[in-house]
Design a protein around this ligand. Structure first.
Ligand code: GLU
Length: 474
């Protein structure tokens, strides 16, 4: 294993050297800068890792905040992005140091020891390292409470480094560093009781916890940390300058916040009972209806997981659900809606799902096509929940306030005004329970993200990871 890895690195190093030599010959002057090399080869090589907060492959798209950031950067340079995942976490920095990758975008924490190995780009997110334990086993409050328990962290991670630094406070503290593990796996082990504790960055935990609701935060370890890209050390500042300029632009335009918000908007808003139920129903109920959601995708072109997320929000995938207002079935259709889309029996799961999908498509078509995704879908979801007319009113209020009626975040902020007299008096359709679609869309997005992540590996055989990753180069 070791020797394979070493020889593979050596091979790519030789390749890198040959490419540089060719470029040198071509210019016959000073060696080309890193930036010139990237532009000449037309390819930015980025190393990352697989996690919901960095990079993962969804059904038909590559996703993750680090992926989005890297793609934006490659586009800015006008080159193709070649992104790949390191087999093990500790390999990430060596790949940057040897030039195998031009940079690492992997949710890396800036730490003093790492500053001797790489240069970090601008900080794009602040996180806390959190000690995680299993609910019901007694919450540890200090390092001392961890003594005697089995604590496992990813080797080479900032968390392993942090433990080294605090060891003097508890000399008897022991832990295991596993090279092959990733954060999600360790959280799963805590949730199942296989290990007692692990340490996870707060951003990752906020997302991962939805899948492992038994896992809880015990206490934060050390001061807050900063995430940044890692770049090679040295006098050649060409690439680092571009990275700094890129992040400065993203920050100034608000794009950085928007991008992170896309993945973290529900972080910190964790609902233990709700998430535990979701995971349970994912296993127990969804398998019975999944084929109907997929059939609905075939007829409407809408991602089945979005439809399933809507179905979960409506009825928790319960075909017998009924509300006091008379809506019923998995998709909770009103009698009028059911008649409109030709559903004879609202309690029939297949008909309900196909009918709900059909109705959602009608709503979606009313939302102007010029509105970019995913905002168009979120606006359609809000309209599906509150009615198209009320959504229009909220968009008008958004515009009056000088905000963008095509931007879901802006409309989301103004929807609740529909329940305040001084605002709804000025609208065409009047009062509406404007906070409801906000809650509805937030929840559907959360379930949709969870489904996306939970079904991401379904069509992916780990052995064919290489070709699948080719998808990621644009
Ligand atoms: N931010 C952590 C680090 O840089 C991530 C470690 C991990 O999630 O495995 O080490």
């Amino acid at each position: 294993m070791e020797s394979t890895r070493a020889s593979r690195n050596a091979a790519s190093w030789r390749l890198g050297t040959a490419a540089t030599a060719a470029l040198l010959l071509a210019t016959c002057e000073s060696p080309p800068s890193l930036l010139e090399q990237i532009k000449t080869t037309g390819e930015l090589r980025v190393v990352t890792r697989n996690s919901p907060t960095t990079f993962y492959i969804g059904r038909d798209a590559v996703l993750g905040p680090e992926y989005d950031l890297a793609r934006g950067f490659a586009a800015r340079l006008g080159v193709d992005l070649r992104i790949y995942t390191a087999d093990q976490f500790w390999q990430i920095l060596p790949d940057v140091m040897t030039g195998r990758a031009h940079l690492a975008a992997a949710g890396l924490t800036v730490t003093p020891p790492r500053l001797d190995l790489v240069e970090f780009g601008p900080v794009y997110q602040r996180v806390e390292a959190q000690v995680i334990y299993k609910l019901g086993t007694g919450r540890p409050r200090t390092l001392r409470d961890l003594l005697g328990g089995r604590l496992e962290v990813v080797s080479g991670s900032s968390h392993a480094g942090l433990l080294e630094r605090v060891r003097y406070r508890e000399p008897l503290l022991t832990w295991i560093e596993s090279p092959a593990a990733d954060v999600e796996e360790l959280v799963a082990k805590v949730a199942s009781g296989e290990i007692d504790y692990t340490i996870v960055d707060s951003n990752e935990f906020a997302v991962t916890q939805h899948f492992y609701p038994e896992a809880r935060v015990a206490f934060p370890l050390g001061p807050a940390g900063s995430l940044a890209w890692a770049l090679p050390l040295g006098e050649d500042t060409s690439l680092r300058e571009q990275v700094s300029a890129y992040f400065a632009e993203l920050t100034a335009s608000g794009e950085l916040d928007r991008l992170l918000n896309r993945y973290y908007y529900y972080a910190g808003d964790f609902d233990y009972v709700g998430s535990r139920a979701f995971v349970r129903h994912f296993d127990a109920r969804l398998p019975r209806y999944r084929e109907y959601f997929m059939e609905a995708e075939e007829t409407t072109g809408i991602d089945w997981r979005l439809l399933a997320a809507m179905g979960y929000q409506e009825s928790h995938w319960n075909p017998d659900a009924v509300s006091p207002t008379g809506v019923r079935g998995i998709m909770m259709l009103t009698e009028t809606t059911a008649a409109m889309v030709g559903v004879a029996d609202r309690v029939d799961p297949r008909l309900s799902i196909l009918g709900g999908a059909q109705y959602f498509t009608r709503v979606l078509r009313k939302i102007p096509e010029r509105i970019a995704e995913p905002d168009r879908t979120w606006l359609a979801l809000a309209a599906y929940n509150i009615g198209f007319g009320h959504l229009e009113d909220a968009r008008i209020l958004t515009e009056i306030a000088g905000k963008n009626p095509d931007d879901w975040e802006d409309v989301r902020e103004h929807l609740p005004l529909l329940s305040q007299k001084k605002w709804y008096q000025r609208t065409r359709r009047g009062y509406a329970r404007g906070w409801e679609p906000v809650y509805y869309v937030d929840n559907v997005r959360r379930y949709y993200d969870m489904l996306e992540w939970m079904t991401a590996g379904d069509s992916m055989d780990p052995i064919i990871l290489e070709p699948v990753q080719e998808l990621a180069s644009r």
